[in-house]
Design a protein around this ligand. Structure first.
Ligand code: FAD
Length: 549
């Protein structure tokens, strides 16, 4: 009879426990959780704060009693594992309720301690109004604070998905909300050009957004805190949510001899085995090689944690038969009315990894334009400039974003190319899609480039070209042009272009733009077939350029 001990009782830990039991009815399985609760919905916590989820009990997927009853797994809560003796194969546990300590022996030990919110040494960071969000206990404290009538102003530090989900929910609860982000954009899972749409939306929803402005210090005035930014701006707040990222919660492994990466993440092989054959690890606390960049990554997301748990248990029972192929970081968030999603590598990530890429952007309807309630969907795909292999995709819009990103994620998982996107057969009827889905459209753009029909240019390259004296040719209608255009651009509507070719210089670089890239492509084909060779079409058109600039 095997004895499995598991450290961490939420996504990775509880998932491994459940699968182990389904695979091995006779084993003894004990799960240790430092906190008060196991198997709860971390991802639902912001919505509980916003009263979208009204019943607290719905946050709990399992309780220790249910775990015992349904799985015969003993879940020991308020039990912190403080050390591991690998030679003796024991863990040292602190019982936080009884204030006692003891050792427990294992045959196999599984680590899923997760990641904890980063708390940098900013002056004044220790104050009861400055809170982070990881657990149910955290959200209980945050909710108490929101419920207090004295709480009127909140500052969210960090514009990632947890920060923005909290900002939305705090706003829905009637608070004045500021978001402070040190980078020049929110939602680092997408690139700057798409993030600017999110930023506009946040501002339109009444969020005070501070970009490129980190927190310099927190100044205490009783229960009130003034947040001083690097720009010297002062924001008064009754509640501050710190959400500037997470770090593997592995301090207790420091002296264990288990190999850790620089960021504290646990190094595992493709079967989740650490450098000790009897110890495995899953979830937010592990590091593995990205299937795309091949560099080590830590991906703190619930989907991968749950799937790793299942595979890890199978590999324990079957003896390493199912290698993990890694995670590409597919993720999504609702930001007020917008959906923001991403999969694979971003342009920033590709640049940092030194990988060659091109990008295609489209802004199209989420379904047929003639069917009611069509909303714009922005979709960006990054691909290898020669093979067309998809590196990543990102999307922002009001509907259908999840579907498009999941499709791209599936293709990346199967090493798909932009040719696959162009050929992808979608389920189509006007309320759901178009005969040419946005996925197809973005695939067509990329395939046209790969096949030499078109040459695209990104907004930042186009801006550089403009500064270097390129001929900026705007092929939208006169009415559209008058509402705003790229500085110095000349307007020749694409329908007039054939008759006005003389106005286009042959000896200069020509950068075409329309609203979203489509008419620019039509114009490009006219120019190319009339002997113009130095032509590029601005991908994503004026919409992308105007958002980003
Ligand atoms: P965790 O779920 O963090 O569990 C680890 C547990 O181990 C913790 O409960 C901790 O108390 C315990 N522990 C740590 N050290 C010890 C020790 N020494 N002894 C005993 N116990 C210990 N992901 C998504 O994909 N989508 C989302 O929408 C999403 N929303 C989120 C919203 C919030 C507010 C938060 C905080 C996270 C969100 N996540 C989301 C991330 C997701 O929750 C994590 O990826 C997932 O929970 C990771 O599972 P895990 O088992 O690795 O770690």
């Amino acid at each position: 009879k095997k004895k499995y001990l598991i450290i961490g009782g939420v996504a990775g830990g509880a998932g491994t426990a459940a699968r182990l039991r389904r695979r091995d009815e006779n084993a003894q399985i004990i799960m240790f959780e430092r906190g008060e609760y196991i198997s709860y919905a971390n991802c639902g916590l912001p919505y509980y704060a916003g009263n979208v989820i009204t019943e607290r009990s719905r946050l709990f997927v399992m309780t220790p009693d249910k775990f015992m009853e349904s799985l015969r797994v003993e879940a020991r809560i308020l039990s912190e594992v403080v050390a591991i003796d690998r030679e003796a194969k024991t863990i040292h546990v602190k019982d936080l309720k009884r204030n006692t300590e003891y050792d427990e022996r294992y045959d196999v030990l599984i680590l899923s301690p997760g990641a904890s919110p980063v708390k940098p040494p900013i002056p004044g960071i220790e104050h009861p109004a400055i809170m982070s969000l990881r657990s149910v206990s955290d959200i209980d404290s945050i909710k108490d604070k929101i419920d207090s009538p004295a709480t009127k102003r909140a500052v969210v530090v960090g514009g990632g998905f947890i920060g923005l989900e909290m900002a939305e929910n705090l706003k829905e609860r009637g608070l004045q909300v500021s978001v402070v982000e040190a980078l020049d954009q929110v939602m680092n899972i997408i690139d700057y050009d798409l993030a600017s749409e999110v930023q506009q939306h946040l501002r339109a929803k009444g969020i005070n957004l501070f970009l490129k402005d980190g927190v310099a210090s927190f100044e205490h005035h009783g229960s009130l805190v003034s947040v001083r930014l690097q720009s010297e701006t002062l924001i008064d707040a009754d509640l501050i949510i710190l959400s500037i990222g997470v770090r593997p919660d592995t301090a207790f492994l420091k002296d264990s001899g288990i190999a850790l990466a620089k960021n504290g993440a646990i190094k595992v092989d493709e079967f989740f085995t650490t450098n000790d054959q009897a110890i495995r690890a899953v979830g937010d606390a592990i590091v593995f090689d990205s299937p795309l960049s091949k560099s080590p990554v830590t991906i703190p997301l619930a989907g991968p944690a749950n799937k790793q748990a299942r595979l890890c248990a199978d590999n324990i029972v079957d003896g390493n038969k199912k290698p993990y192929t890694g995670s590409i970081g597919t993720s999504i968030a609702k930001i007020f009315d917008l959906t923001v999603a991403s999969t694979g590598l971003t342009e920033k990530g590709l640049k940092a990894a030194g990988l060659p890429y091109r990008c295609a952007i489209t802004h199209t309807g989420n379904h047929a334009g003639y069917y009611p309630n069509v909303r714009q969907l922005s979709l960006k795909v990054l691909y290898h400039p020669e093979t067309g292999k998809i590196w990543g995709g990102q999307s922002v819009g009001y509907g259908g974003v999840d579907k498009r990103i999941d499709i791209i994620s599936a293709f990346i998982g199967k090493e798909g190319t932009v040719y696959d996107l162009a050929e992808f057969e979608q389920a189509y009827a006007p309320p759901f899609s178009s005969a040419k889905d946005p996925i197809n459209m973005v695939g067509f753009i990329a395939v046209n480039v790969l096949e030499g029909m078109s040459d695209t240019i990104s907004w930042d390259e186009a801006e550089q070209a403009r500064k270097n004296g390129a001929f900026m040719l705007d092929v939208r209608s006169e009415e559209e042009f008058e509402l705003g255009a790229i500085e110095g651009a000349v307007n020749i509507p694409n329908t007039d272009l054939r008759d006005r070719l003389k106005e286009v210089p042959k000896d200069r670089d020509i950068i075409l733009n329309c609203a979203i890239g489509l008419r620019g492509y039509f114009a490009e084909r006219i120019l190319r077939q009339n002997g113009f060779t130095r032509v590029k079409n601005l991908t994503g058109g004026f919409k992308t350029y105007d958002n980003a600039i």
